[in-house]
Design a protein. Structure first.
Length: 81
């Protein structure tokens, strides 16, 4: 299958990337929150959130999913960004 967006990639950029098996989004976010707690993580519609606040909010959201939404280990959750 051909993907139209690949035509826009610079010559040195390949269609795939190698990702180490031990790297996942959770560990990436946790490490960044610990390394840069006071820096801005997100800005949207004039409101900014630091990595410290982002860490707390994401933990609160995870707790909600487990307690209120009854999401269990192994369930799949889609997050739209």
């Amino acid at each position: 299958m051909s993907h139209a967006w690949l035509k826009q990639y610079p010559d040195k950029v390949g269609p795939t990337i190698d990702i180490p098996e031990d790297l996942n989004i959770a560990s990436l976010i946790e490490g960044t929150c610990k390394k840069f707690p006071a820096k801005k993580a997100l800005t949207c519609m004039g409101t900014s959130v630091t990595f410290r606040e982002f860490d707390r909010l994401s933990n609160d959201f995870a707790a909600y999913l487990q307690t209120e939404a009854k999401v269990k280990k192994g369930d799949r959750v889609a997050i739209m960004l």
